[in-house]
Design a protein around this ligand. Structure first.
Ligand code: 5CA
Ligand code: ZN
Length: 409
C-alpha cells in the first residue's frame, strides 16, 4: 500500500560515520556493516489509536538509523508492515461498533499524515497483513510439511523446537517467556500444544470474524509473527541489517519471527541486529492503546504544536531509555526550537564544521540524540553570545539538523 511522501535529506560535506548500535540478541554494542544498500525492517502499527507518542518515539529511533546510513552515502531499503487484521484490532472494532476495515483504514490514514509531519522517512514497501496473506499461506504450509508446525483443532502452531536458535533474540528464561507470551497475544495455557510457548501461525475461521482462503490450511487468518516474517523475507530476504521495534516486541514477536524465518530457510540469522526502543509512559504507566493513557501526535498538531517541536521532544531522550511524556518535555522542546531557529536565522555565525562532526559522532554512538541536541545547543549559545563571521554556518547547521535529526528549522 501507499506509504507517505518523503522529505528531502540534504547532503552534508565530509564523511558520515558507521553506526554502532546496541543489539538485543548479543546484549552488546555492535558495529553494523551494511553493504551499499542497507536493509531494515521496522514493525508497523496495529491501526487503532495511532499515532501516540510511544509509536512516534520508536519510529524516530529507526528514522535516525536510516539518516546515519544515508549520511554514509548508502541507499536504504526500508520495509514496514501494518497489522491491519489481528485480535486487538478486531476486539476494538467490536467494542466500538465499527467496521474493522474502516477502523484500520482511518487510523492508517492518520499515521500516514503524522509520519511526514514528523519528517520520518517512508518505507519503500509499506505492506498490510491482509495484502500479505497470499504470501503467508505457502510459508505456513512449508513449515507444516517440514514438521516445524502442527495442527491443533484446525489451527496451525509453530513448534519452537524447530529452530535451534530459539531464545537467542530475547535471552529470557522459560518462566519469563511464558509470562510474556500470555501477556502479549500468546496462549500458553491452551491444552494440546507441544510447547506452551508455540505461537499460532494460522487461525482457522471463527464465527463472526473475517477469514481468507488458506489453501490446504483451510479458511482462516494469519498469526501475528508470520505476518512480519513473510513481508520481511519477500522484500529483504534473510540476514538483513536491522529488525526494529519497541522493547515490548522483543518477546515473543521478534523471537518468534526469527525462529519462523530460520526454520523456514535453514539460514541464520534472520536479522544481523535486533534493535529495540524504550517505552514511553504517561502518568507513570506505559502509553498503550489497551490502557488508553495516550497523547496523540495528531491531537498536538491540531492544537497548533509545531511537529518539529514534537520531534525535538522525542530526540531529547535516548532511544533505549524508558521515559515519561509530560507537558514540560514538550515545553522544553518548543523553547529549544525557538532558540535554534533564532540562531540559524542570522546571516552568519560561528563555524559549524565541528558541530556537524559532533552530531555525526553522537548518532553513530548508539544513536545518542540527546548528545547531538546538546552540541547544537552549544553552537546556538555561541551564536547568541558572540556571534561569528562564517557566512555558511547558519545554513550548514540547518542542513545538518534536517539531514541527521529530521528537524526542519
Ligand atoms: N503491529 C505490531 C507490530 S508488527 C505492533 O506492535 N503495533 S503497535 O501499534 O502496538 O506498536 C507499533 C510500534 O510502536 C511497535 O514497535 C511498538 O513496540 C511501539 N510502541 C507501542 N507502544 C509504545 C510505547 N508506549 N513506547 C514506545 N514504543 C511503543
Ligand atoms: Zn512486527
Amino acid at each position: 500500500m501507499y506509504a507517505w511522501p518523503a522529505s528531502e535529506v540534504p547532503a552534508l560535506p565530509g564523511e558520515g560515520r558507521d553506526l554502532q548500535i546496541h543489539d538485543t540478541a548479543t546484549q552488546g554494542t555492535i558495529t553494523l556493516d551494511p553493504g551499499p544498500v542497507a536493509r531494515i525492517y521496522v514493525c508497523g502499527i496495529t491501526p487503532y489509536d495511532a499515532t501516540h507518542m510511544g509509536h512516534a518515539a520508536t519510529y524516530n529511533a529507526f528514522d535516525l538509523v536510516q539518516r546515519v546510513w544515508l549520511d554514509t552515502k548508502r541507499q536504504v531499503h526500508y520495509v514496514q508492515n501494518v497489522t491491519d487484521v489481528d485480535d486487538p484490532l478486531l476486539e476494538r472494532a467490536i467494542r466500538d461498533g465499527h467496521d474493522w476495515t474502516e477502523l484500520a483504514e482511518r487510523e492508517t490514514a492518520l499515521f500516514r499524515e503524522d509520519m511526514p509531519a514528523l519528517r520520518m522517512l517512508p518505507p519503500q514497501h509499506y505492506i498490510g497483513a491482509v495484502e500479505a496473506i497470499p504470501g503467508i499461506v505457502p510459508l505456513v504450509e512449508r513449515l507444516r510439511d517440514a514438521g516445524a508446525a502442527y495442527e491443533l483443532e484446525g489451527d496451525v502452531y509453530f513448534s519452537v523446537e524447530a529452530d535451534p536458535h530459539f531464545g537467542e533474540v530475547s535471552n529470557l528464561d522459560a518462566e519469563a517467556m511464558r509470562l510474556l507470551s500470555a501477556e502479549r497475544g500468546g496462549d500458553p495455557d491452551r491444552p494440546g500444544k507441544k510447547n506452551p510457548l508455540d505461537p499460532m501461525l494460522w487461525m482457522s475461521a471463527r464465527e463472526g470474524e473475517p477469514s481468507w482462503d488458506g489453501g490446504t490450511l483451510g479458511r482462516g487468518r494469519p498469526g501475528w509473527h508470520i505476518e512480519c516474517v513473510a513481508i520481511a523475507l519477500d522484500h529483504l530476504g534473510m540476514g538483513f541489517d536491522v529488525q526494529g521495534g519497541g522493547s515490548d516486541l522483543t518477546f515473543p514477536h521478534h523471537e518468534m519471527g526469527a525462529s519462523h524465518a530460520q526454520a523456514l530457510t535453514g539460514e541464520y540469522p534472520f536479522a544481523k541486529a535486533y534493535v529495540h526502543a524504550g517505552m514511553v509512559a504517561l502518568n507513570g504507566e506505559k502509553m498503550s492503546k489497551s490502557k488508553g493513557n495516550l497523547v496523540f501526535v495528531s491531537k498536538l498538531r491540531r492544537d497548533g504544536v509545531d511537529p518539529a517541536a514534537i520531534r525535538l521532544a522525542l530526540l531529547s531522550h535516548h532511544y533505549r531509555a524508558d521515559w515519561e511524556w509530560t507537558d514540560a518535555v514538550l515545553e522544553e522542546a518548543q523553547q529549544r526550537l525557538g532558540r535554534w531557529r533564532a540562531a540559524v536565522s542570522r546571516p552568519d555565525g560561528p563555524s559549524a564544521d565541528d558541530l556537524v562532526e559532533e552530531i555525526r559522532e553522537a548518532l553513530a554512538n548508539d544513536l545518542d540524540a540527546p548528545a547531538a541536541l546538546l552540541a547544537v545547543d552549544r553552537w546556538a549559545a555561541l551564536q547568541e553570545s558572540d556571534g561569528g563571521t562564517d557566512e555558511g554556518a547558519p545554513g550548514l547547521v540547518s542542513r545538518a539538523v534536517d539531514a541527521l535529526l529530521g528537524v526542519a528549522l
